[in-house]
Design a protein around this ligand. Structure first.
Ligand SMILES: Nc1nc2c(ncn2[C@@H]2O[C@H](COP(=O)(O)OP(=O)(O)OP(=O)(O)O)[C@@H](O)[C@H]2O)c(=O)[nH]1
Ligand SMILES: [Mg+2]
Length: 197
């Protein structure tokens, strides 16, 4: 899996999105959960997508064009807005993007160290409502011991009503679980291609 261009196409509004490609994989999740870090880990790149320990780093829909004719999009985090004006802007950005009918598969990232947030559950409900297939990715696996891993798995399966096959545990920092997530994305893309031919 390789990125075509080093700079993403950045857009806030639907009219500014790039031309569609056969598939689009999107990373959703609360601010600071590790979306941009995961993208870098998947692509084996250290600083492709900007990351920060301060929440609110990503502010637009960032489209990364991949060699295999699909986009991965990195999104702002929800649940964090410094100012009301920004909060309204983000609400519109998400509304537009979700309604765009572009998303082939969404990955909903949750931080393994935190309790599942109602915002995450409502995000999953929105995917279901809009018929957007999604999987859950538990991030920062390196911060969890064995019993915490077990606990978050059980709660996540229940909270999001997904099967175990749709739950990934990753550490972008240590590279754990990255390979199997990459494989899963590649299989999804292959399926889309097979369907199109
Ligand atoms: N320990 C650990 N820290 C991580 C991991 N992934 C990300 N982080 C840290 O979490 C913080 C946030 O990472 P980002 O990738 O910028 O998070 P984001 O979800 O893109 O954040 P926004 O763009 O603000 O929504 C950074 O300090 C990262 O170094 C991980 O696997 N393990
Ligand atoms: Mg980010």
């Amino acid at each position: 899996m390789q990125v075509k261009t080093n700079t993403p196409w950045m857009a806030e509004k639907a009219q500014d999105y790039p031309e569609r490609l056969p598939a689009e994989i999107a990373f959703f999740g609360r601010s600071n959960v590790g979306k941009s870090s995961l993208l870098n880990a998947l692509l084996n790149r250290k600083k492709l997508a900007y990351t920060s320990s301060m929440p609110g780093k990503t502010k637009t829909v960032n489209f990364y064009m991949m060699h295999d004719d699909f986009y991965i999009t990195d999104l702002p985090g929800y649940g964090y807005a410094h100012k009301q004006k920004q909060s309204n802007r983000f609400a519109e950005l998400f509304e537009d993007y979700l309604a765009s009918d572009r998303i082939t598969h969404a990955f909903l990232l949750i931080d393994g160290r935190q309790a599942i947030n109602p915002l995450d559950v409502s995000m999953a409900e929105t995917f279901n409502y809009l018929d957007i297939p999604f999987s859950i990715v538990v991030t920062k696996r390196d911060k969890l011991n064995q019993s915490a891993v077990h606990a978050i798995k059980t709660t996540a399966l229940e909270a999001f009503h997904v099967s175990e096959a749709s739950l990934y545990m990753v550490s972008s920092l240590k590279g754990k679980g990255i390979e199997s997530l990459r494989d899963a994305i590649e299989s999804m893309i292959q399926l889309v291609k097979d369907g199109a031919s």
